[in-house]
Write a new protein. Structure first.
Lengths: 100, 428
């Protein structure tokens, strides 16, 4: 399958900025395991529809869950591995879809 | 005595219908929904086949917030620079019982919930159920926030990402091959512009699925549905295959939107929301037990969803399952037995309905999709190549079709082609 065509890099943060969230500051509902396995972390980079799992050019892993869409995909892929805890945000918190 | 006859967890598609049926039979029902309003956490493509809704609410057309009636079914096979489309339109698509409509869940789900409330169901919104209360093997209620609330029967209508199914009936977290990840955007455009772009009257529109380039050859596809004043566009990709894709899924959606067959349809529109959600697609063989002592599962919490490639159906299945679950729960409450044996009427009713019939019919489809990657890369490419030879004329002289197609067929192998076709026919 040919995939080597020119693409416009997606600015997913700009899209997430259009969403409505009640952000639970300092109380993320997903917690990463210490030193996640890089191969598994890369899987999360590919599947997260919000693009929240990131690896910097020097190999630093990061994930800011404030923009989480609460889909559960990272739970399916990595709970018990790179993802140590996956729960729903606390009462009244998280994404609020206005269209869905 | 328990606090309620029944507690329903989740108010998406299955939950409110189950609650409605129970309340209509005079049962006390509490619905606990983690969204601050119903629909706040929910995403679908989405097109709703209305037959199941009509069984519960025959007058739904009077006030249901539906977007457009689908009168054009389109399937496109995309290669990076080209697309081959098949379109089907039929007067039958306007027939009651066959009609399908596009919906936006943040509008549709509150309406469905209002029906349950009108019938007498009580609602708590904004609080997730953290765990089930159990006495031995029997589910006796729920813990939500600081409250412990008991019921004779608890209905799990909490959808595909159920954190409770394991505790309820021992269903493990779904396998990567049993779920797909969906990413979607809603793009606003004027009503008339949308109608014109899909050649429909206002109030009517298209359901459009895409294979091949949208997922860069991965198992899955793209979708585009027309709403009244917006377009829903997205990608659904099987998690097991997506984990080693060379392109991340948000980029896939961006590329799909820029594809020459798609870009003009959404041109000038304004993105107003970016969403993500899982879709159950493991089918019949991925389903857990539907009842346990004091507990029932309806909808995608029990993996009731059909991904047939040309259409995704979960909402009509969830609505029908919610109806049967609610009615059977009411029967069990009347009989004073909400053990697994007492709730078995639900399993039987569902088994005799289209829900299990259709899940059984497409039982081998998930396996077919997973093991026929050519469906998502090679074949869309071949279709495009063939069309190029047919339609592009540059004066260099025509070649006979068999000469054009033979090298392509040879590349795949005649045997593989025949095998895939046979597998495909058997799977549907
Ligand atoms: C991208 C995409 C496209 C789709 N396209 C289509 C389509 O075109 N047509 C179609 O028919 N189907 C489609 N589907 C599938 C369809 O959306 C689902 O099958 C359907 O919504 C399932 O209904 P449900 O009631 O089982 O679950 P849901 O509608 O998901 O409802 C579950 C509810 O439970 C709540 N909940 C979850 N956990 C808790 C908890 N612990 N406590 C309290 N509340 C909780 C949630 O907030 C939610 O409101 C699509 C799905 C996706 C993701
Ligand atoms: S739940 Fe979904 S959106 Fe949130 S971090 Fe996990 S994969 Fe990303």
């Amino acid at each position: 399958m040919s995939t080597n065509k020119e693409t416009t890099p997606v600015n997913v943060d700009a899209y997430l900025g259009l969403n409505k969230y009640e952000v639970d500051e300092g109380n993320p509902h997903i917690e990463l395991a210490p030193n996640p396995d890089m191969a598994q972390f890369m899987e999360l980079v590919r599947v997260c529809p919000a693009g929240l799992y990131r690896v910097s050019p020097d190999g630093q892993q990061s994930a800011d869950f404030a923009g989480c869409l609460e889909c559960g995909t990272c739970r399916i892929v990595a709970q018990g591995g790179a993802v140590a805890v996956w729960r729903f945000p606390a009462a009244m918190m998280g994404i609020e879809y206005r269209y869905g | 005595m328990a606090d309620f006859d029944a507690i329903v967890i989740g108010s998406g598609c299955a939950g409110p219908v189950a609650a409605h049926e129970l309340a209509a039979r005079g049962k006390s029902v509490l619905v606990v929904e983690r969204g601050n309003y119903c629909g706040a956490k929910n995403v679908s493509g989405g097109r709703l086949y209305t037959h199941a809704l009509a069984d519960v609410f025959p007058d739904f057309l009077e006030d249901a917030p539906l977007e457009r009636r689908v009168v054009r079914e389109r399937i496109s096979m995309l290669a990076p620079e080209s697309g081959v489309m098949v379109e089907f339109t039929d007067e039958q698509m306007r027939r009651p019982g066959v009609e399908s409509y596009t919906v936006l869940r943040a509008k549709f789900d509150p309406w469905l919930a209002s029906k349950a409330e009108a019938a007498g169901a009580e609602y708590i919104n904004g609080i997730p159920v953290e765990k089930l209360l159990k006495t031995g093997d029997r589910v006796t209620g729920v813990k939500a926030g600081d409250d412990e609330i008991t019921a004779e029967v608890v209905l799990l209508c909490d959808g595909v990402n159920s954190l409770l199914a394991e505790q309820a009936v021992g269903a493990p977290r779904p396998a990567r091959s049993s779920v797909a990840v969906g990413v979607k955007q809603v793009i606003e455009l004027p009503e008339r512009v949308i109608s014109d772009r899909v050649a429909c009257a206002d109030g009517e529109g298209a359901a459009w699925l895409f294979m091949g380039d949208p997922t860069h050859g991965r198992v899955g596809g793209g979708f585009l549905y027309t709403n009244k004043e917006s377009i829903s566009i997205g990608i659904v990709a099987t998690v097991a295959d997506m984990v080693d894709s060379d392109v991340a899924i948000p980029q896939m959606l961006e590329d799909f939107k820029n594809h020459p067959a798609v870009a003009p349809v959404i041109a000038g529109g304004t993105v107003v929301e970016h969403s993500g959600h899982l879709v159950a697609e493991g089918g019949y063989d991925a389903m857990p037990a539907l009842v346990g002592d004091g507990v029932m599962l309806a909808g995608e919490s029990a993996m009731m969803c059909l991904n047939a490639g040309y259409t995704v159906r979960g909402m009509d299945l969830a609505i029908a399952a919610g109806m049967h679950a609610g009615r059977s729960a009411a029967d069990a409450l009347d009989a004073g037995d909400t053990s697994a044996a007492g709730l078995a009427g639900y399993v039987k009713a569902l088994d005799g309905s289209f829900v299990m019939n259709d899940l059984r019919t497409l039982r081998h489809f998930p396996d077919f999709m997973e093991h026929t990657p050519r469906m998502f890369g090679t074949y869309p490419d071949m279709a495009a190549q063939m069309m190029r030879k047919v339609f592009l004329v540059d004066g260099s002289g025509m070649k006979p079709m068999r000469k054009v197609m033979w090298p392509m067929i040879k590349k795949v192998g005649l045997l593989n082609l025949a095998r895939d076709a046979r597998k495909g026919m058997k799977a549907v």
